[in-house]
Ligand binder design. Sequence first.
Ligand code: 4NP
Length: 155
Amino acid sequence: MKKILFVCLGNICRSPMAEALFRQRITETGQKDQFQVDSAGTSDWEEGNPPHPQTRLTLQNHNVSTANLISRPVTTDDFYKFDVIIGMDHKNVQDLEELRPKDSTAKIYLFMSVLPTHSNADVPDPWYTHKFEAAYQQIAAGIDEWVTFLTAHNE
Ligand code: 4NP
């Protein structure tokens, strides 16, 4: 069982999209039992809240379930509990590196780095850009690569 945590700033836009899409893909490919997936925020600003209304609308437009997505902040335990923690932009990754206990075991990655081009790009924050569909398309492309990568590699 591989344990994967997607992380953004508020945990109401990008990382819940990634969690929901990852869950849908592994269900479609019959790999549901091989993964545990969750998402969290580097801040606690939206703690307890469901995804942003535009996140929910975008996921619903693509027939992706929005069930059980409630914002929570990253905890110290996450760095031991999860095998892989994936930040949606460079600031998320930087914050995760600062939060991680020295002896923790999780590997931290930038979301877009998994692309065959090893992209160094951020997933721009739709909270600021209002481009929820663009974020969805970028995340959907990345998710397929993450499922492939995590299936092939013993992270
Ligand atoms: P997210 O977007 O990190 O993709 O969930 C944001 C959500 C909320 C806030 C900022 C970014 N906020 O300032 O509350």
